[in-house]
Design a protein around this ligand. Sequence first.
Ligand code: HEM
Length: 458
Amino acid sequence: MTLVETQRFVPPGLDHPAEPLKALRFLRTLVRNPLETWPEALFHERLQWLGFAGRPLLFVMDPAMVEEVLVSKAEVFPKAPIVQRAIGAAVGNKSIFTAEGADWRWQRRASSPPFRHGTILGFVPAMAQAAEAAAERLRGVPAGETVDISEAMMATTFDVIVETMLSGRGSFDTERFGAQISHYFETVGWIAAITVLRLPTWMPYPGKRRARAGNRFLKAEMTRVIAERRASPGTTPDLLDFLIAAADPETGRAMTDLELADNLLTFVVAGHETTALALTWALWLTANAPEVEGRVLEEIAAVAGEATIDASHVDRLAYTKQVIQEAMRLFPPAPLIPRIAAEDVTVGGETVAARTPVYVPVYAIHRHRLIWDDPESFDPDRFSPERSKGRHRGAYLPFGAGPRICIGASFAQVEAVVIFATLMRALRFMPVPGHRPKPNTRLTLRPDGGMPMRVARR
Ligand code: HEM
């Protein structure tokens, strides 16, 4: 091992079981943290069959097989029922995230204008402004006190989504909004357990009533914003205007207000929560890696000096982007992509029967021993152009792949670079000694109990 290698930060990992967990232990762990049910084999095998209650489930880790499932045979692999159960319950089964086939295609097309490259670059001033406001709030934290960085990042990316996708029109109680999303996400382990056991959706479970109430609140907020928009349309169309104007090419019909609310909620939640988590993990990893921090600061100084980060800086903040990419490798905000075989099919020569769930465990693929050197260590140079050359597209999937790839991938990457660079230049982020953040899958990969850190002015 070289000297440089020994100095790399290795974040504490989870203990994965050597053998698949059985029965009650599996269910108890699934409810607590689905990630901890993943056996060790997921981190070194090409594929892994698991089964529960006599029903097989296939995990695919081999990048070529992943590519078959998500890209070349995508039409045979729709989203798995767990997606409908966990996300459909909140945003309906016909919104852009949950719909399939023609139902999905027109919604995707209708939503795409705000995500074009030029439009995204036009959003950079709003992103920089939200980042500077966040830096100002964090400057107010008394010296020596800890602050939950994941909460601070959620508030920041929420501001960005409202400013950009809703043209700043929609006054939300950000704190209440975030709390209701958390209540909903906290029940995801139970939803997974109920799905595995094939129990009916009406089954009661802890937190269900609170989650449902939270969901009603979120939908009502979206309905209010839609009504306000209908009453006074804007001059420059934003995402909501595009959704309102969209028509199904087959039937010519527009979205009902309920469908609009489902889609808007999808965009507001998917569009801020994941980016906030990428930033949270990136700030914490960098705080533990002084050499990385030094290089980021040098790059920002060379590219932007003291100027507000603008669109012309974004592409030149190349190392800063690599830090975000590496943070999303170790802690992918969306750690699992669940699919189901719609018919009998082969994947990598493996026969998969119709109705078999086929899962792409992004978190395990990103730490897979056959894919990455020293997979547990934080090393942003993995994403340098030289070392990225020849990497299989199924090996790195923070945004998924194929037709259902994240519509907001470019938006999120630009936003993360702008916010990260602005914050790093303004403040020093420090880990709380002895605190070991534990990743927990609640749909997204959140640090259990938040991410307490210390901050100081630079
Ligand atoms: C770091 C940030 C983000 C990550 C890691 C992320 C991750 C993902 C992943 C993995 C998928 C694919 C799911 C699947 O195939 O089952 C997805 C889909 C989606 N994402 Fe993102 N996302 C991020 C940011 C955003 C943003 C900023 C927006 C919108 C403003 C957004 C909106 C969506 C939507 C609407 C879909 C569904 C697309 C479709 O099915 O056509 N995401 N995201």
